[in-house]
Design a protein around this ligand. Structure first.
Ligand code: ATP
Length: 322
């Protein structure tokens, strides 16, 4: 019986548990043994694992976070660290490793696969939605809804006091969350890492909006926007908008938490099953994704290091609708 190893790595995202569940149950049905590593690559290097079966993943589809735990692991960035990980896998007879994680995890996984001839399959799970090869990544939809919910609440209080709110959402290199929550939350302005932010244009757009006598205004800023995030932006705007009560709200880690949305649970279930199927079909060094509602297999090395296209039509739409 062939053995599959599985782990969650990097930033946690809602739906990782649903993906783990789908991997375990599909692997069981297909006749594989499954070994689960705790704490991502750290657990892999340390040999922190346990054999699991279908009942070990009962009652987790609805849970946020990852019951396998995740970790950042600097040792895995070194050749020696990856050699230790490969040894653990070989000692346990694990020929296939499924990594549920983001771009950093896939970079590490690619190196492990190349250096030690191990079959690695990636399942894209990150709230940032920044991996090429899947229209959406696991956790993105939940993070969007969490941020949108927070923005709705902020809008209520902003309105009550005629305030100008600068809301910072996650996204150091990618503005997917900012763009879609900005539209869904009716933001007056959306600032993204993918588009140049000219502070004079920000001032003039805000002036236009405020001149139209909107009582409150809301700007959604991705943390990686050129201005340096919402706090820095507020410093740059404070003098010009002193007659408005300006407030900054950084949503932070709340965006990572919470039970996954139905959409994320379905996505995670499909991708978990697809990863096992990919192993069965002999694939290696690939990521399973969904493009146009169909499973798509992409070479792992093509999924990171490039910027995934943002839909600039949506940015234009937000300007029309503000
Ligand atoms: P997210 O995008 O949600 O933060 P991620 O998978 O990108 O998730 P990272 O912290 O970037 O999260 O990476 C997770 C782990 O992958 C790192 O702690 C490290 O062990 C490994 N890793 C990242 N980049 C590399 C690399 N270039 N070489 C080897 N290993 C890497």
């Amino acid at each position: 019986m062939k053995t599959i190893g599985v782990l969650t790595s990097g930033g946690d995202s809602p739906g990782m548990n649903a993906a783990f569940r789908a991997v375990v149950r599909t692997a069981f049905t297909e006749g594989f043994e499954i070994v689960a590593f705790r704490h991502g690559f750290k657990g892999l290097i340390e040999g922190n694992f346990k054999k699991v079966g279908p009942t070990d993943v009962s009652n987790i589809i609805q849970r946020g976070g990852t019951i396998l735990k995740s970790a950042r692991c600097d040792e895995f960035r070194t050749e020696e660290g990856r050699a230790k990980a490969a040894e653990v896998l070989k000692d346990e007879g694990i020929e296939n490793l499924i990594i549920i994680g983001g771009d950093g995890s896939f970079q590490g996984g690619t190196l492990l696969a190349n250096e030690h001839d191990i079959s690695v399959i990636g399942i894209p799970a990150t709230i940032d939605n920044d991996l090429v090869g899947s229209d959406e990544t696991i956790g993105y939809d939940t993070a969007l809804n969490t941020a949108m919910d927070a923005i709705d609440k902020i809008r209520d209080t902003a309105d009550a006091h005629d305030r100008l709110f600068l809301v910072e959402v996650m996204g150091r290199d990618a503005g997917f969350i900012a763009l879609e929550t900005g539209i869904a939350g009716g933001a007056e302005l959306i600032l993204l890492p993918e588009s140049m932010t000219n502070i004079d244009e920000v001032r003039s757009s805000l002036n236009d909006v405020l001149k139209e006598q909107r009582r409150s205004s809301l700007v959604v800023v991705a943390e990686g926007d050129e201005t340096g995030g919402a706090l820095k932006l507020s410093e740059k705007l404070r003098d010009d908008f002193s007659k408005y009560e300006m407030r900054v709200c950084i949503l932070g880690h709340v965006q990572r938490g919470g039970g996954p949305t139905a959409r994320d649970r379905v996505l995670a279930s499909r991708l978990g099953a697809a990863a096992v199927k990919a192993i069965k079909d002999g694939h290696s060094k690939v990521m399973v994704g969904i493009v146009n509602n169909r499973i798509k297999i992409t070479p792992l090395k093509m999924t990171f290091g490039k910027r995934k296209d943002i839909n600039f039509e949506l940015l234009e739409l937000s300007k029309t609708l503000r």
